[in-house]
Structures are given as structure tokens and as C-alpha cells.
Design a binder for this molecule. Structure first.
Ligand SMILES: Cc1cc2nc3c(=O)[nH]c(=O)nc-3n(C[C@H](O)[C@H](O)[C@H](O)COP(=O)(O)OP(=O)(O)OC[C@H]3O[C@@H](n4cnc5c(N)ncnc54)[C@H](O)[C@@H]3O)c2cc1C
Length: 458
């Protein structure tokens, strides 16, 4: 009997719920990274009870279960490497509540991030985490990867907005932690344990999120500099002058050059380094701060500075930033995005190190991202990535990059997670004690090892 037949017999005969159609299996075999593996069956959960029944069955029968949101991850986290069940959470996509007075949203995991942000906005509430993939990725995936984004500089990452979780454990038990209160110290931080657990400790079936009042005003400054060192100096000067922008994004010359070809010359200011500074808050404060930051930037002799106020004009300046991934892909090279984080004082050294790797290995490296929190994405741009020789040169460059980042006290991933992509470097990035603790927690919560096996704990 196939796994699909067993599941239909045990759970339901509904073919909408359990599918082993080859096209459906293929559509659930990977994410936006390179690895893929077909599951034996896809189960489309509709409720926590569905998930509980699937996990109880899987624990008993020792069947691997890989939870999956929208499949927009960057590290192969939802690839069912040991086959078994791909558990899609996308049909659990109700926004159950957005409550103004309590400033919370109660949502199912399959809700698309930008839909939640829009629903909050309708009530003049604000859900700050803003991954660049927000129009495609799910809140469940954001919880499982502790997703970040540009605005996390001022507002913090997904973890800072999770007040409560409903999680189905591997044995089928339904755990409820936290609630709709904004402070809670009733025991250990179990929410923190599940946020970022990459589908390996439990399946998230409901989330209570903290919302903020929507800042009524916004300004964006775009500045282009001759060198990255000048742009990085501007970052330090902005903080030194006491400003905390909501975002502070940097881009290097390769990224800008690709954008000149992709999005068009007109959109890209002249220079080898670009900075975007976003400010938000009350109208008067934002206007005042924008003027002060513009004056500060001008003292650093930029090629160009532009200031925009209001959503529409700010978004015009952001159009360039939002184009970077597309225009880099349009080069025809394979973009291998590494979301390393370094202490903020090391940004220029990171960019210089990437340039040295570029010279040594011969492939371009594009650096852009969240300068404000040291999370600058280092994109190796490889031609013929499938060629084993190129592949091994990329791996050698990554060995050097990650080693250096760790030596600076940085980390190998700030927001995408380990998944499969960074599995090889997890031992280097953690101590024996840390790895033992991870394995102990995994053994306690998932003794049969059914949840997302084959990832960094194996
Ligand atoms: C173009 C692009 C831009 C991106 N920009 C950003 C960015 O700015 N910031 C950022 O942080 N990330 C970014 N990402 C990465 C990605 O979008 C995030 O990791 C996102 O959180 C993935 O969500 P998903 O729904 O697609 O999850 P999936 O890819 O489906 O799954 C990701 C992980 O979550 C687990 N999972 C999913 N749902 C659940 C659940 N309900 N319970 C338990 N585990 C679950 C899976 O097992 C897997 O390990 C980007 C990706 C792309 C392709």
C-alpha cells in the first residue's frame, strides 16, 4: 500500500486533502534554492486537527513530514529530502482577527505576509517585518525562519512581533503558548524556541502577532557616493548623530551596474555606492529629521542626494532597491545569496573581503542589503553553476567568506536560516555545547525524528 493510500484510509478519502498526483508532488519538491526532492505525498492541512492527525500517524509509522509555507525560502528549508509527506499550510490562510484596541492580529500560517500588512494598515495598524518576498511568502514561513527585512533595523525581526503560537507537536499534541497580551513572563520563552526552528520542532497552526500604531509620515533619502567606504561612513555618521532610521540600505557598484542595465540608467544615480535612508513617525518630526539627515549626508560629498516625502514618492526611490534581485538575475549569472551578518563596524571590511574573493576566484560578487544591522547580502554571481568545477570554486569561496565572518564575530545567516544551503557550515558556526542542546531539544520534542529530517541537525 502506498503512503497516499494509507493516509487516505487513516485520515480521509478526500483527494483535495491528500495528493500523489505527479504534478502536485513536483510543485512541492523545492523552494527558491537549488535542491529539490519529490515527496511521496502532499497533504493540504485545513486545521490544527488535520495537522495533529497527520503528525500522530507519521510519528507512529516513522514517516518524514516536511512542513511548507509558500516555498519562497532561500535555503532549501522546505525540501522534503527524506521524501514522505510534504505538509502544505497554504490553505490555512485566514486572517481571523485584526483588533485595534488590543493591537493584535490572529492569523493562520498560510496568510501571505503582505496581505496581513494590508489588513493591519486598513485599521491604521502596522506589522513592521518586511521581507523582500512579502508578496509571496507566508507568515508561517516567516515564523519558522524568523524572517527580517529592511525595516527590522528600527522595529526588530519577526520574533519581536510574536505574542502567541499554536503549535502541533510531532506526537500530535496541540500546544498553545503566549496570548494576546503584549507582555508575558509565564515560564521559559517557548515562543522563542519555535520561532526560527525551521519546521523541525513543531508545525505552527495559529499565530497571534503584535501590531503597532501606523506611523503617519515617511521620508526616504537616496544618496550615491563614489566609494562604498564613503557610504559606510555615512551609515556610522547617521547613528552617531542620534538618528535611528527605519531602514538603512546599501548597494555596491556591481549591483548598481546590473540595475543600470536592468531597470534603466535613469533610475540609478551616478556612483559606485548607494544608500537609502528611511525615516518614519509623526509628520513634523519626519520632516525635521529628513532635513537634518540630508544636511549631514551633504557634508560627506555625495554625488547625488534626493529626498522624498509620502508613500508614493518614497516608493519611487525604493523602486531601485526593489529591482536589485531582478536585475542581478537578468545578468544571466546564477545569484547565490548569502545573508551573512557582521558587526556594523566591519561593513567596509566585508565589502573589501568580497572584492578580494572576486579577484581570487574570478566570479563577480554583488553586495547589497541592510547596512544598518550589518546584514549585507553577499551575492556570488556564478556562470555555469552546474559545472562541478565552478561549483567547487563557489564552495571554496564560501568556506573563506564564512570563516572570515565568524572570525569577526558575525554569523552565517541573519534571516534566511540554515536549511540545506548552509548545513555544511553549521558545525563551524556553533559550539559542541550548542549543538548538543539543539539535539537534546529535538529529541525531546520529536523523538522519532519525523519533522523536517535531513536538515542541519542530521
Ligand atoms: C526574492 C526573495 C527575497 C527574499 N527576501 C527576504 C528578506 O528580505 N528577508 C527574509 O527574512 N527572507 C527573505 N527571503 C527568504 C524567504 O522568503 C523567507 O525565508 C520566508 O520566511 C519563507 O516563507 P515561505 O512561506 O516561503 O516558507 P517556505 O519556504 O515554504 O518554508 C521555509 C521554512 O519554514 C518551515 N515552515 C513553513 N511553514 C511552517 C509552519 N506553518 N510550521 C512550521 N514550519 C513551517 C519550512 O519547513 C521551512 O523550513 C527572500 C526570498 C526570496 C525568494
Amino acid at each position: 500500500m502506498t503512503l497516499a493510500e494509507k493516509l487516505r484510509r487513516e485520515l480521509t478519502a478526500d483527494s483535495e486533502f491528500v495528493s500523489d498526483d505527479p504534478a502536485v508532488l513536483a510543485a512541492h519538491s523545492g523552494d527558491k534554492w537549488f535542491a529539490s526532492e519529490n515527496p511521496e505525498v502532499v497533504v493540504f492541512a485545513r486545521s490544527a486537527d488535520d495537522v495533529s492527525a497527520v503528525l500522530r500517524f507519521a510519528s507512529r509509522e516513522k514517516v518524514p513530514v516536511t512542513p511548507r509555507g509558500a516555498g519562497f525560502g532561500y535555503v532549501g528549508g522546505c525540501v522534503p529530502v527524506r521524501r514522505g509527506i510534504a505538509l502544505s499550510m497554504l490553505r490555512m490562510n485566514r486572517i481571523k482577527e485584526v483588533h485595534f484596541a488590543d493591537a493584535v492580529a490572529v492569523v493562520e500560517p498560510g496568510v501571505i505576509t503582505s496581505d496581513l500588512k494590508a489588513a493591519a494598515r486598513e485599521q491604521r495598524l502596522f506589522y513592521p517585518p518586511d521581507p523582500a518576498s512579502q508578496k509571496d511568502c507566508s507568515i508561517g514561513g516567516n515564523i519558522a525562519t524568523n524572517a527580517g527585512g529592511p525595516r527590522c533595523l528600527k522595529y526588530g525581526v519577526t520574533r519581536n512581533y510574536v505574542l502567541g503560537l499554536e503549535v502541533v507537536l510531532a506526537n500530535g499534541d496541540i500546544l498553545r503558548i503566549g496570548g494576546r497580551v503584549h507582555k508575558n513572563k509565564t515560564g521559559f520563552d517557548l515562543i522563542g524556541l519555535f520561532v526560527g526552528s525551521e519546521g523541525m520542532l513543531g508545525v505552527v497552526t495559529e499565530i497571534i502577532l503584535r501590531l503597532l500604531p501606523l506611523p503617519p509620515a515617511r521620508a526616504t533619502l537616496s544618496a550615491a557616493f563614489a566609494t562604498m567606504a564613503e557610504a559606510a561612513q555615512a551609515v556610522q555618521r547617521i547613528f552617531a548623530a542620534g538618528f535611528l532610521p527605519s531602514s538603512l540600505e546599501i548597494a555596491d557598484s556591481f549591483t548598481l551596474e546590473a540595475a543600470r542595465h536592468g531597470a534603466g540608467q535613469a533610475l540609478v544615480p551616478p556612483g559606485n555606492a548607494h544608500l537609502l535612508v528611511d525615516l518614519d513617525g509623526q509628520e513634523e518630526t519626519v520632516s525635521q529629521e529628513a532635513r537634518a539627515v540630508e544636511t549631514l549626508l551633504r557634508t560627506l560629498h555625495p554625488n547625488v542626494v534626493q529626498t522624498a516625502r509620502g508613500e508614493v514618492d518614497c516608493e519611487k526611490l525604493w523602486a531601485l532597491r526593489r529591482e536589485f534581485s531582478n536585475s542581478l538575475r537578468a545578468t544571466g549569472l546564477t545569484k547565490l545569496n548569502q545573508d551573512v551578518v557582521v558587526p556594523r563596524s566591519r561593513i567596509v571590511e566585508l565589502i573589501d573581503f568580497a572584492a578580494a574573493l572576486q579577484r581570487k576566484y574570478g566570479f563577480p560578487i554583488a553586495c547589497f542589503g541592510h547596512a544598518g544591522d550589518g546584514n549585507v547580502h553577499v551575492n556570488i554571481m556564478a556562470a555555469d553553476y552546474e559545472d562541478p568545477v565552478v561549483h567547487s570554486r563557489v564552495e571554496a569561496a564560501l568556506d573563506e567568506l564564512f570563516l572570515q565572518v565568524l572570525q569577526w564575530g558575525g554569523v552565517i545567516t541573519g534571516e534566511h536560516g540554515i536549511g540545506l544551503a548552509k548545513k555544511r557550515w553549521w558545525p563551524q558556526a556553533t559550539s559542541n555545547v550548542v549543538r548538543d542542546l539543539h539535539r537534546g531539544l529535538k529529541g525531546l520534542l520529536d523523538p522519532a525524528g519525523i519533522l523536517n529530517p535531513g536538515k542541519f541537525l542530521d
